[in-house]
Design a protein around this ligand. Structure first.
Ligand code: 13P
Ligand code: SF4
Length: 341
């Protein structure tokens, strides 16, 4: 998790100095053509943010101008959930995908939670419905059901506990069961099974971005960058993970780079992750395969500006679904802290 220092952005002078500082960091990454029209947008977003008191949370896959430019808090899905739960702000804008905004709303129901584009979905969340979960429960009576947070609140409501890529191994182990239904990411489930003695019954959901990586592509990257460390997200297939040097959530990859300070890395994950890290770690050379998440890319500075200006788009969850889904998310946070199964 990263926090941007909150600056006095009420005056145009303070915003101008913030934008000048951002220019130093972002111009080399974005290039002049992209950067110049962004300056006015950044100024207006920073002004509206100060005026509305909104708290902006951004996932590690967000565009650099959002991640570095205007976010108050950044991190992986787990950190964003924890930060949303702790926030005292009455208005949060989630720059990420819809399930992340729903999770923030579940954990902080009194706050207004906005997402700049309601269409920002996720192929994993699309892969399973509440009816599917109910049918699995009938097929496997008594088997606990863990769902990846990359699902709708309605799916979370049918499950016993959530997990993220950062805590999935810990959550599955903490349940103390011999068999667990693990939904919907097949590859994350296979990774968790390889790290635990638990038998996992899996669903065939995949991330449309991470399933594009293949072991052959990693071999190519290794030949091209023989001194680079290959860092992979556990949403990749087992063959890809076996060909990587490190496997972890987006926050775990960020920590790895901060602590190990490798000279060169290949990011086996969504493209903005390495671009965002490269601004923070000039000592490391970042390579990637330029696979963007089309849902994350829907969130732009222009849409964030409209969101702040017009209060759009508010995330709301049916109360019955919300109370059951909240139980699953809260159980994850308790088990993650070492609480009771
Ligand atoms: P993290 O929780 O590791 O940030 O992953 C979220 C995600 O959607 C990865 O594709
Ligand atoms: Fe979903 Fe994959 Fe995009 Fe993450 S990268 S939000 S898992 S589609």
């Amino acid at each position: 998790m990263n926090t941007n220092p909150s600056l006095p952005l009420q005056t145009s002078v303070s915003r101008a100095s913030r934008i000048a500082e951002l220019e130093q960091r972002l111009l080399p990454l974005l290039g002049e053509q992209a950067w110049i029209p962004m300056r006015g947008l950044l100024d207006e977003v920073l002004r509206l943010k100060a005026e509305t008191g909104a708290l902006i949370l951004a996932h590690n896959y967000q565009r650099p101008e959002i991640f570095h430019g205007v976010a108050d808090l950044t991190g992986d899905s787990l950190a964003l959930a924890q930060l949303a739960a702790q926030s005292e702000s009455s208005l949060m804008i989630l720059c990420g995908v819809h399930f992340m905004a729903e999770t923030a709303k579940l954990l902080n129901p009194k706050a207004r939670v906005l997402i700049p584009d309601l269409q920002a979905g996720c192929s994993l969340a699309e892969s399973i419905t509440p009816e599917d979960v109910r049918a699995l429960r009938e097929q496997y009576p008594g088997v606990p059901v863990v769902t990846y947070v990359n699902t709708s609140a309605a799916v979370k409501a049918e499950c016993d506990c959530c997990c993220t890529s950062g805590n999935a191994v810990k959550i599955v182990e903490a349940l103390g069961a011999e068999r667990v239904l693990f939904l919907p990411d097949e590859y994350l489930g296979q990774y968790v099974a390889s790290q635990t003695g638990v038998e996992l019954i899996l669903w065939r959901g995949h991330c449309e971005v991470h399933e594009r990586f293949t072991a052959a592509k990693l071999v190519e990257q290794r030949e091209r960058y023989p001194h680079a460390q290959l860092l992979a997200h556990p949403e990749c297939s087992p063959e890809v993970l076996a060909a990587a040097d490190m496997v972890g959530s987006t926050a775990q990859m960020a920590d790895y780079v901060s602590v190990q300070r490798p000279a060169e890395v290949v990011m086996v994950t969504e493209q903005e992750m390495g671009r965002n890290l490269s601004v923070l770690h000039p000592q490391t050379q970042f390579h990637d395969l330029a696979y963007a998440c089309p849902h994350m890319q829907l969130i732009t500075l222009e849409k964030l500006l409209i969101s702040l200006r017009d209060g759009l788009y508010e995330v709301s969850i049916d109360e019955d679904i919300a109370s059951r889904a909240r139980r699953s998310v809260k159980r994850m946070l308790e088990l993650g802290r070492g609480g009771k199964a």
